[in-house]
Structure formats: C-alpha cells, structure tokens
Design a protein around this ligand. Structure first.
Ligand code: FAD
Ligand code: NAD
Length: 572
C-alpha cells in the first residue's frame, strides 16, 4: 500500500451519517442514499433495498400493559392499543405496504416542505438530516402520539437524543423514509489538513474542527517504531485515565481507538499502512494520563507513515454525539441462574480491548426478522467472588450478562435461543456512574429489584476489594418470589464470608411459607434497612429496578434525608 492521502472526513452529523452504529453508517455513506427529484423513481430502491440501507430501534420496556408502565413522572410511557407492539410494527414494515405514500421514491425535502407536514395523519420529522413520515408509526410509539407530535414538521434530532439516542431509529423507521433534507455538505475547516498522510507529527490545530472549546485539554497522539513494534501513544492530559477509558478495535488494516475523557471521546482511526498481528497490548500510565498501544509488525520493515485517517480520526467529540460502535461477539456459554434468568458469556473479538466500567451498561444488538433490535444490558462479574483487580487484566476477553428471559418479550427470547458459537453485536459502554463516588465511604447501601441487581454486582465486587474505609455493605433485594432471587446462594455465602456484607430479601408475591420481609418498597422497610454503622458515617446508596420502583424509592429516600450526592439511581 502506498502512502497517498485518503480520508473519510468527519462531515456534519446532520448530513447523512447514521449515528446509531458505525457499521451501519458505512452502508449509509458507502451506498450514499440516492436522492431523486420528486416524481422520479430511484431505480431498484424498493422497500427491500432500502431495508438494507437503513437499520432499526426499539425501547418498549416495560411492555405496554406491564405494571411497570404506571409511571408517575419523568419520561412516561403510554399504554398501547392491542396489536400495536414493537413486533406488530416490525410485521407492518415487512408487509410491503407503502408507508410513505411515495411508492419507494426518496425525495429531497426543503424546510418549507417539512413544515407543512405537521398533522397526526401527515407528520414528517427530520432526524439527523433524514426525513421520516411517522404518521403510520404514531400508534406504535411507546412514548405516545403527543410525544412524537412535539417534533412534527421539524427537526426532532435534539428531542430524540434527549430521550433515547441509542435507539436505532434508522432500522425501525426504514420504511417511513421520505428522503434527505436539502442542505449542502459542510466540510470541516481543517478537512484538507486531516487528509494528510499520518506521520505522527500532526500539528495541534489538526485535532479539531469539531474540537469542542469547552472540552478537556486537547488530547493528542504520536507514534514510534522499533524493528518489531509500532507504539501509538495517546496523551490524554487527564490523570484519572485507566484501562477502561480506552476501547480498541483492530481488524485487518483498520485500527480504531476511542479514549473516553470525561464527557468526550477522542478517536484514533486509521487504515494502517502495513500489516500487524491481530493481538496488541495496551498500557496506561495513570499519573501522566498517557496510553500506549503496542502493535506487533508482521514484517520487520521500517514504516514511513502510520497510515491514513479514517472517519473521526484525531477528533475529540462530545460522547453524546458519537453514536454507538458495535463489535461482533461470540456466545461461549449460557447457563441457568434462576427459572427465568441466565448468565450469558460473550467473547470479544481477538482485536478488541474493551472493559466496561463499574456501573455502566452496553447495548446488545440482534437482528430479528430483518430488523435490528437494540437494548441495554449491564455486564456483571462471573460471580460475586471474582476478585476485582484494579486495573483489570488487559487481556480480559469475556463479558458476562445476567439476563431475564421474558417469554412474550421481543429481544430476550431471541437471546435465549442463541446457540453457543452464535454472534451478538455489543456496543461500547455508556453510563454516568462514577466509581470515584465510592471513595472513602463507610456505609454502602444497595437497593435492587429484579434484574436491577445487575449493576450492583460489580459495585459490590469493587467496593469490597477496593474501598479500605468500607465498614458495612448492605443489599436490600426486592423480588416477586423466592425463585426469582438471583445468585441467592452466592449472596448468602458472601454474607457468611465477609462480615461487612449483609443481604435482606423483600418479596412482593411470596408463598405462605415465606417468613422474611414482604411487600413493595416503603418508608418503613427503608428506614429500618438504612442503619448507619455510626452517626454521621459517610454513606452512599445505589438504587436500580423498574422505573416506578426507582421513582418511589427516590421520593422515600429524600424523605429519609438522603441528599442527591449520596444517591445514584440507575435509570434508563
Ligand atoms: P419486551 O419486549 O420489552 O417485553 C418486556 C415484558 O413485557 C415481558 O414481560 C413481555 O412479556 C411483556 N410484553 C411485551 N409485549 C407485550 C404486549 N404487547 N402486551 C403485554 N405484555 C407485553 N435486563 C436484564 O435482564 N439484564 C440486564 O443486565 C439489564 N440491564 C439493563 C440496563 C439498563 C440501563 C436498562 C435501561 C435496562 C436493562 N435491562 C436489563 C432491561 C433490558 O434492557 C430489556 O428491557 C429487557 O431485557 C426486556 O427486553 P425484551 O425485548 O425481551 O422484552
Ligand atoms: P420484576 O417485575 O420481577 O419486579 C421485581 C420487584 O420490583 C418486585 O418484586 C417489586 O418489589 C418491584 N416492582 C416491580 N414493579 C413495581 C412497581 N410498579 N412499583 C413498585 N415496585 C415495583 O422486575 P424485573 O422483571 O426483573 O425488571 C427489572 C427492571 O430493572 C426492568 O425494568 C429493567 O429495565 C430494569 N433494569 C435497569 C437497569 C439499569 O441500569 N437502569 C439494569 C437492569 C435492570
């Protein structure tokens, strides 16, 4: 390969790049959406072809009729009519029905035109430069028609991002696609410079057409080589960087490293100029905020350049604007934990370094009848006795999930049916829990309901192994029945082994033999549970479960004089 410049520049996000996942984006930009004037039919772009170009979303949990939908505030969900579930929507989109009224044509939409379509039965919405006719979707929208109408005839991107930026709407609304907004592509100022061959000597100014001024100090990178190795060095200029701050995906000649620096992501994305081995090592020098990624050359030749910049290379982008990047992971084991919950173990690809921080989740993406379904799941440790190593081993190749299978659910039955060796796409981590909040605490309270236990697993492991000041760690675990209690045996063993730890179960639908606590979350239960080890001890509390459970819990906790700084609630 020669070192002539070639780049995929970062273009305006509203101009045609799908945000949901980069592999999908390739389809969108590679096969660039054909824009035809009104009245012309784009050859060969029937619904089927468009399906392949645009891909999915879904967030319809709790289910329409679930008691979990009875939400008192915040982002409420509405009961949907019979026959209006996400699966019903997928069926409709596969029926071949013309959902845009344009018989497969894609048109270029002006702002004036968009504004005209602002009624329930004629409602167009623009998301990231693409215009959708959402009228057919109204009755299927878990957030209700009124929520959708807030963006009628206008650009709904911000509204969409506020509510569920991870939802893969391209796939969900692919049959509703009207076309693209009529706007010119804006090329970032330093696009030409970005196109230069990467020689590791990039000037600081190049780090940023989109470098946010209010962001952290501009990170930068450099590289050097020996006969056998190429070392890429990322200078984050932050001290709290650890092995879970960097995600690397290396496949063939494509090398992508995303460094998470506070609310931003800094990308190194390169088509390498020479071949390297799939395996690499990552090292973090915490006190100076330096990350070193060492690649092994396949041939001991001297490289003249590192390679060519690809999308987002050398840019620092607000994390909420980056979109999710998925890698293909293989199911290596699946074992029953309770009657309806299983422990899934997924193996990351050999060229991936990804460690999900404590209290963060990822998105799993699976294609169901041609539509991509994406839902969040919180990785756990293999068991409550996995020692939490700090930093985690860099070669940790497995991710574990505790997943409850809902027989009438959309995604979990699919996960349940996966065979060992099958693949699932896993995104990078998301979440706002900071383990630094656990530093120096003396009493840690965990309040979990059902699978709301999952974020507690790593928190528990981490706190017991890494917080020397910790005196007590108490888990109050709400479930319907005894059979629903996840890892009950392990919890009890841990309570026996570690005197700091204690667990209390509360059942909402116990059998008559149950003589423990029962009922739903209440002031009486909480006030008895939240006993400090001494007056004015430094406390912290985490709460997770169904939305109404969290909402009720938060109100009760405030009444019990827990301040906002002392609580972390895991919400959707
Ligand atoms: P859905 O299709 O959403 O259905 C859920 C329930 O509704 C089922 O009981 C189903 O029977 C019922 N239902 C579906 N459709 C209808 C209908 N039309 N009428 C009546 N009832 C219906 N879950 C985990 O198990 N483990 C985790 O680690 C985990 N982590 C999470 C992290 C976060 C940040 C969040 C927000 C959620 C997490 N979840 C986790 C929940 C997960 O994302 C899914 O919501 C859950 O797995 C349900 O998915 P599903 O598609 O199978 O079910
Ligand atoms: P579940 O239906 O088995 O209920 C478990 C317990 O939650 C019940 O026994 C009850 O005490 C309480 N509960 C349920 N509905 C309630 C309501 N309407 N009001 C008050 N209390 C209620 O729970 P599940 O099926 O395991 O669901 C777990 C929930 O946790 C899901 O909604 C899931 O999305 C959520 N979750 C969130 C995260 C996150 O990080 N945000 C992680 C994992 C799970």
């Amino acid at each position: 390969m020669t070192c002539s410049p070639l780049a995929t520049p970062e273009v305006g996000r509203g101009l045609g790049l799908s945000p949901a996942s980069e592999p999908e984006r390739e389809v969108l930009t590679g096969g660039v959406l054909p824009i035809v004037p009104v009245g012309h039919r784009a050859p060969g772009r029937g619904p089927d072809q468009r399906s392949r170009m645009l891909n999915v979303p879904s967030q319809s949990f709790p289910a329409p009729s679930s008691q979990q939908r009875v939400v008192s505030g915040g982002r409420s969900k509405v009961p949907l009519k019979q026959g209006r579930s996400l699966m019903d929507w997928i069926r409709l989109t596969k029926s071949g029905k013309d959902l845009t009224g344009l018989k497969g044509r894609l048109i270029e939409v002006t702002e004036e035109e968009l504004k005209k379509h602002n009624k329930k039965d004629d409602c167009w919405i623009c998301i990231r430069g693409y215009v959708y006719n959402v009228s057919p979707y109204m009755e299927y929208h878990p957030g209700g028609e009124d929520e959708l109408m807030r963006a009628a005839g206008s650009d709904g991107t911000d509204l969409f991002d506020q509510v569920h930026r991870w939802v893969n709407y391209e796939s969900m609304l692919k049959e509703c696609l009207i076309g693209r907004m009529a706007v010119k592509l804006a090329v970032p100022k330093d696009y030409r410079e970005e196109k230069r061959v990467l020689n590791g000597m990039l000037a600081k100014t190049q780090v940023s057409g989109t470098l946010a001024k209010e962001g952290p100090n501009s990170p930068s990178y450099d590289w050097f080589q020996t006969d056998c190795f190429i070392t890429i060095v990322i200078y984050t200029k932050q001290k709290d960087i650890s092995l879970d701050s960097i995600i690397v995906d290396h496949q063939g000649d494509s090398f992508r490293a995303e460094t998470i620096i506070k609310d931003y992501s800094y990308f190194i994305h390169i088509e390498l100029s020479h071949e390297v081995e799939e395996d690499f090592s990552v090292r973090v020098v915490e006190n100076v905020g330096k990350i070193e990624i060492v690649l092994k050359k396949k041939e001991n030749t001297s490289w003249k350049c590192l390679g060519h910049p690809l999308e987002k290379h050398n840019l620092l982008i607000l994390k909420k604007d980056t979109g999710l990047y998925y890698r293909k992971c293989q199911l290596v084991s699946k074992e029953a934990v309770t009657h309806d919950t299983k422990l899934f173990c997924l193996m990351l690809p050999a060229g991936t370094h990804l460690q999900v921080p404590v209290g963060h989740h990822v998105y799993l993406k699976v294609t169901i009848t041609g539509t991509e379904i994406v839902k969040p799941y919180t990785p756990v440790s293999y068991s409550l006795f996995s020692e939490f190593k700090e930093p985690d081993l860099p070669n940790n190749k497995y991710i574990y999930f505790l997943i409850k299978i809902y027989p009438a659910g959309l995604l979990t039955p699919e996960l349940d049916h996966l065979q060992i060796g099958d693949f699932v796409f896993v995104s990078g981590p998301e979440g706002n829990f900071k383990k630094s909040r656990l530093q120096e605490i003396e009493d840690l309270f965990l309040v979990a309901a059902g699978t709301g236990f999952t974020p507690m697993v790593k928190i528990l492991n981490y706190a017991l192994s890494n917080i020397p000041s910790l005196r007590t760690l108490k888990l109050m675990f709400f479930n319907k029945t005894e059979d629903d209690i996840i890892w009950r045996g392990q919890l009890e063993k841990l309570a026996f082994k570690d005197k700091r730890f204690d667990v209390e179960y509360v059942l909402s639908a116990p059998t008559s033999e149950w003589n423990g606590k029962q009922g739903q979350i209440s002031s009486a239960l909480l006030s008895e549970f939240l006993k400090r080890s001494f007056e004015k001890s430094k406390v912290f509390l985490c709460i997770c479960g169904p939305t109404p459970f969290i909402e009720q819990g938060m109100t009760l906790l405030h009444d019990l004089y827990f301040s906002k700084d002392e609580i972390h609630s895991f919400t959707a």
